[in-house]
Write a protein that binds this ligand. Structure first.
Ligand code: URA
Length: 243
């Protein structure tokens, strides 16, 4: 088993090198020099093996807060990979991504865009629910760069394992986590962007932002724009199938 390490130094984060593969001696040296956590990535990259290994991940402290690791879901030959931010309350309890209110919006938008849900692998850039208590509720809290960095090896392993002709980044946390902090979903949504994570990469809003729209009209309009972004994915899938 290789040790994929999130090396938590400012330089590392600024250089956007959140994870590096090290051999055991490099790892122990890095551990002495800096704060390092290891995500136990299995040698054999299969989704079941990754899911099992991720269940025991303690690469950052979020494992103490979440009920369980919420790993990605879908087929290894899925043509589309969708990356969100982190599981929400429902996802944390069920152990499955996008099964709560945001997932319902996503499913409706996929139907409206003509994308078969069976062709989609859904995952998150952070795989534990980060929350803070607000009365009896668990209120979503945005993951910080260290938590995103610690979880990165899992996403990298999913990217290597899933077919993914297209990756869709849902919301600013996923988009900036992959494309860098300068990326602005507000300006670049719905555009094809260059990245080595997939042949085609596009960022759009997070479906939960549609739920937060202030009234019915703006919610409808936000949904329309979200579906329009996803239709670009559907067109590419059709064209690539025909080619
Ligand atoms: N929001 C996300 O980003 N991911 C989920 O799985 C659920 C809500």
């Amino acid at each position: 088993m290789r040790l994929f390490c999130a090396v938590y130094t400012t330089a590392n984060l600024l250089a956007k090198l959140p994870s590096v593969a090290m051999d055991a001696s490099e790892f122990s040296m890095a551990k002495r020099l800096t704060r390092v956590s290891a995500a136990p990535i299995p040698d054999k990259l299969t989704l079941p093996a990754l899911r099992t290994a991720a269940a025991g991940c303690k690469a950052c402290d979020l494992w103490k807060l979440g009920t369980q690791t919420v790993f990605g879901e879908g087929a290894a030959n899925a043509r589309v990979m969708m990356v969100g931010e982190q599981p929400g309350d429902k996802e944390d309890l069920q152990g499955r991504p996008f099964v709560g209110p945001a997932g319902i919006v996503l499913d409706k938008a996929l139907v409206a865009a003509g994308i078969d849900r069976k062709e989609v692998y859904v995952t998150n850039i952070v795989k534990h629910f980060k929350w803070e208590p607000r009365g009896k509720r668990r209120l979503h809290k945005k993951p910080n760069p260290l938590e995103i960095s610690a979880c990165r090896p899992w996403l990298e392993a999913e990217i290597k394992t899933v077919r993914r002709e297209v990756v869709v980044l849902l919301g600013a946390t996923a988009a900036q986590g992959i494309m860098g902090n300068q990326f602005r979903v507000t300006q670049q949504r719905g555009q094809w962007v260059q990245s080595n994570i997939a042949p085609l990469v596009l960022a759009t809003v997070h479906p939960s932002s549609i739920l937060r729209a202030p009234d019915d009209d703006s919610r409808r309009e936000e949904m329309r724009k979200f579906v329009a972004d996803l239709k670009k994915v559907a067109v590419q899938l059709q064209q690539r199938r025909a080619a």
